[in-house]
Design a binder for this molecule. Structure first.
Ligand SMILES: Nc1nc2c(ncn2[C@@H]2O[C@H](COP(=O)(O)OP(=O)(O)OP(=O)(O)O)[C@@H](O)[C@H]2O)c(=O)[nH]1
Ligand SMILES: [Mg+2]
Length: 448
């Protein structure tokens, strides 16, 4: 890369320290000019005064120099830690621009790391996930992928496919006219297809990891849905009243249950109503039920109202837990309450008093584990871009296998497999396209 880029790597505003980052061929000359110190063969940290182009001292800073071979970007890099005053930050960055630096584009440091082969494309995407992960599990998987978990899987698939291609080439070169059928090749391709299916299955965990497993609280008005949301959050988030139809629009909040990141949604109570706003709320409830991974059906033990058939139809398609509420009162839910929901796991709570919440949380966590909404140990979790490429790769392998089995042509199968390898390479960026890179790196913040 011919130019040297500069950007603030920490959030702009008042802070104890701010980090200004530089990368490119003129880093050592800039160090000499502004910090009075030449580059070194090894990474180094030093205290210096930053002097502007006109020789004015702007701030006392701590500088970290990384020579190309040891730097994140794969080129000479410098980090200047100055005092976190926006006036100082602006002065230094402006001055570096005067000195010939260009302001970095979003993600440009990571793009350079990729272009200089310090990391592959999957790892570059993982950097973005590491920055944006909002819970422990998502962070863990992002870090695994940054260390190369997905790249390794792709490397392994690539290796298996190359091996199969090599075997086919031998047949093409050395087999005489007579067709010799080798079942092993078909079996190997079948094995690769199974591995790809397993990796593709991990796509659904990504949503759960990064956006949370969505749990909708549904039920009749006044059953205590908003009270349950508040009890789970430990704060008075939603309005609670004894007037049926209190919740109109849904309310969504994030909580962690036994280490799982859960998006919990309180919805409008389900009943026949002429109130237009309430009807709109109910429509949103139906949409929330459809989109949810799990539904908590709250029933007031004292006044167990049957749900409309239409609702039961919707809920039967979902994973559900029946939550019997208001156990602090004396009512008792009859054993033939809503026969369609009778088979569901039940928990008994008092949202008002906070009783039974631990058992309910355990039931939610059990459902998450049981239904593999999110296994405890996820090896990789592919994103939409990876999934699309894997889908193409899968179709191509399938076609290669068919070509072999039906047309009995090693030549055609080999050419299909070459295309498979090329397509698979797009995941790690072995075969890159400028447009694709722009799309990926534009999601980063400036300075990364
Ligand atoms: N005794 C008792 N009352 C409760 C309990 N949970 C909720 N309530 C009361 O039931 C009434 C309705 O509670 P909400 O939480 O607003 O019910 P909701 O299901 O959100 O109702 P809508 O928003 O109208 O659909 C309020 O008066 C609550 O105080 C409980 O466990 N015990
Ligand atoms: Mg409510």
């Amino acid at each position: 890369m011919s130019d040297t880029i500069v950007a603030l790597a920490t959030p702009f505003g008042v802070s104890a320290i701010a980090k200004i980052r530089l990368s490119g061929p003129s880093v050592s000359a800039l160090m000499e000019r502004h910090l009075g110190r030449g580059s070194s063969a090894a990474p180094c940290v030093f205290l210096a005064h930053y002097r502007s182009v006109s020789g004015k001292m702007i701030d006392q800073v701590v500088a970290l120099f990384f020579p190309a071979g040891r730097a994140y970007t794969g080129e000479d890099s410098l980090e200047i830690d100055c005092h976190g005053n926006p006036l100082i930050i602006r002065s230094i960055i402006e001055d570096l621009r005067v000195s010939g630096c260009r302001g970095a584009e979003p993600g440009e440091f990571t793009k350079r790391a990729y272009l200089n082969r310090r990391i592959d494309l999957c790892q570059a995407e993982a950097v973005l996930d590491v920055i944006h992960a909002t819970n422990k599990n998502a962070l863990e998987i992002a870090q695994k992928q940054l260390r190369g978990a997905l790249s390794e899987k792709i490397f392994h698939l690539n290796d298996a496919l190359l091996g199969t291609l090599a075997e086919i080439e031998v047949y093409i070169d050395f087999t005489d006219e007579e067709w010799e059928w080798d079942e092993k090749i078909s079996e190997k391709l079948e094995g690769v297809l199974l591995e790809i299916d397993e990796i593709m299955g991990s796509h659904r965990f990504r949503r759960a990891l990064f956006h949370g497993i969505s749990v909708a609280i549904v039920g009749h008005p006044n059953a205590g849905k908003s009270s349950l949301l508040n009890a789970l959050l430990g704060e008075e988030r939603a309005l609670v009243s004894d007037i049926p139809g209190t919740t109109r629009d849904f309310i969504s909040e994030n909580i962690t249950i036994e280490g799982f990141f859960v998006k919990i949604i309180d919805t409008a109570g389900l009943r026949a109503t002429n109130d237009t706003i309430e009807q709109l709320g109910i429509q949103k409830t139906i949409a929330n039920i459809r989109a949810a991974d799990l539904c908590l059906i709250v029933v007031d033990q004292n006044d167990p109202q049957p749900l409309a058939e239409e609702m039961i139809g919707e809920l039967q398609k979902k994973q559900c837990i029946l939550v019997v509420n208001k156990i602090d009162l004396f009512g008792k839910i009859s054993s033939n309450f809503c026969k369609e929901l009778r088979h569901l796991p039940r928990t008994f709570i008092s949202a008002k008093r906070g009783t039974g919440l631990d058992a309910l949380k355990a039931a939610i966590a059990n459902k998450i584990r049981e239904c593999a909404l999110l296994p405890e140990d996820v090896a990789v979790a592919i994103n939409e871009r990876h999934r699309e490429i894997f889908r193409d790769v899968r179709n191509l392998i399938f076609s290669a296998k068919n070509t072999l089995e039906n047309q009995r042509s090693y030549e055609l199968c080999a050419s299909d497999l070459r295309l498979v390898l090329e397509t698979l390479g797009c995941i790690t960026g072995k075969y890159d396209a400028e447009k694709l890179l722009d799309k990926i790196f534009s999601q980063f913040c400036v300075g990364k």
